[in-house]
Design a protein around this ligand. Structure first.
Ligand code: SF4
Length: 132
């Protein structure tokens, strides 16, 4: 399958991207040629969209830890509840490092709401009881 699209603000060059949407794992080639995005090697629309996003504005679920006050452990594993633009990951990590939350914590608790003003929350990945 091959797709062409005309988009502004496209990055230069090309990327070969392994689609991770399903176990087939198609290798998708994305390249900007004469201002147009050429996408080849995908087998379905979802793969095309994944490859386009990976080329134009890649995002990742962020996982890290956050300091805890009065917890059974000093740190709790946390993650973003939706993918974060890759170019904001470092800034987000620094923001999380500034915060100290308090036990008890339940898995899924929102520990930072709308981090960096984005529509993304940082949530707890596990329960953490208080220290005795
Ligand atoms: S392009 Fe489609 S078929 Fe291929 S790995 Fe991605 S989701 Fe699966």
């Amino acid at each position: 399958m091959s797709t062409k699209s005309n988009e502004t603000e496209l990055p230069e060059g090309f990327k070969d991207i392994r689609c991770i949407i399903c176990p087939t794992g198609c290798l998708v080639h994305v390249e900007k040629i004469n201002g147009e995005l050429i996408i080849e090697g995908h087998s379905c629309k979802r793969g095309e969209e994944y490859a386009r996003e990976e080329f134009v504005a890649p995002k990742r679920i962020l996982t890290t830890t956050m300091q805890v006050e009065s917890g059974f452990l000093p740190l709790v594993p946390v993650r973003s509840d939706t993918p974060i633009p890759k170019d904001r990951l470092e800034e987000t990590l620094k923001e999380i490092a500034k915060v100290k939350t308090k036990a008890p914590i339940k898995m899924g608790d929102i520990l930072i709401e709308k981090v960096l003003g984005l529509e993304i929350n940082i949530i707890a990945s596990r329960d953490l009881i208080e220290s005795k």
